[in-house]
Ligand binder design. Structure first.
Ligand code: GRF
Length: 194
């Protein structure tokens, strides 16, 4: 199944997915990396690894989010993309794009949803004094970080943890979790097609 990865920055989850896709039994072929920021550092890595990239700055579109997303959608379809992995994509999608890709788009969030939706999840977890934290891969629905959960990874919050230490611990799990979640959902899709 041809898939795209959406990034806005470093793209470490993208890197982990691309690496995982080297396995012969991986159910997705990543054919495109999309970014809303032409300066996203992950784009260089993607190009250097032979991936096609499509960077479309969202700023010139101002409030017209849909116009921006329609161009991205056209690029996706032009490349035969059938599945989307959002990975550190820092834009709230319009209901239009979510609807276009209903059941074909997943996201990774650095918290144990439904806890800590939104931003700054590690700081908030420390603030809340939770002893367990982690990451979630979920289907994308119109509510931000609201979609049905696919898989989660848990890490302990340790004495003296800073947000950075916690983020690092979670990120390592994200890299493992995302590839596992893609295998999980695409294997199921593949089987239902059998
Ligand atoms: C990660 O914590 C991910 O969970 C969140 O954004 C962060 C960016 O990671 N969505 P990267 O760009 O994949 O390194």
């Amino acid at each position: 199944i041809k898939a795209a990865i959406f990034i806005s920055g470093r793209g470490s989850n993208m890197m982990a997915l691309v690496e995982a896709a080297k396995a012969p039994d991986f159910p997705a072929e990543f054919v495109l990396v999309v970014s809303n920021d032409p300066h996203a550092s992950g784009l260089e890595w993607a190009a250097a690894h032979g991936l096609k990239t499509f960077a479309l700055d969202h700023k010139p579109y101002g409030k017209d989010r849909e116009a921006h997303e329609r161009l991205i959608d056209a690029e996706l379809r032009g490349n035969g993309v059938e599945f989307i992995c959002l990975a550190g994509y820092m834009r709230v999608l319009t209901p239009w794009l979510v609807q276009q890709w209903e059941g074909k788009m997943i996201n990774i969030h650095p918290a144990l949803l439904p806890d800590f939706k939104g931003l700054h999840t590690h700081e908030r977890a420390l603030e809340a004094g939770v002893i367990e934290h982690g990451a979630t891969v979920h289907w994308v629905s119109s509510g931000v970080d609201e979609g049905e959960i696919i898989a989660q990874a848990r890490v302990p919050v340790l004495e003296g943890d800073t947000a950075d230490m916690l983020a690092t611990r979670v990120l390592a799990e994200e890299h493992r979790l995302y590839a596992q979640a893609v295998r999980q959902v695409l294997a199921e899709k593949f089987l239902t097609k059998m």
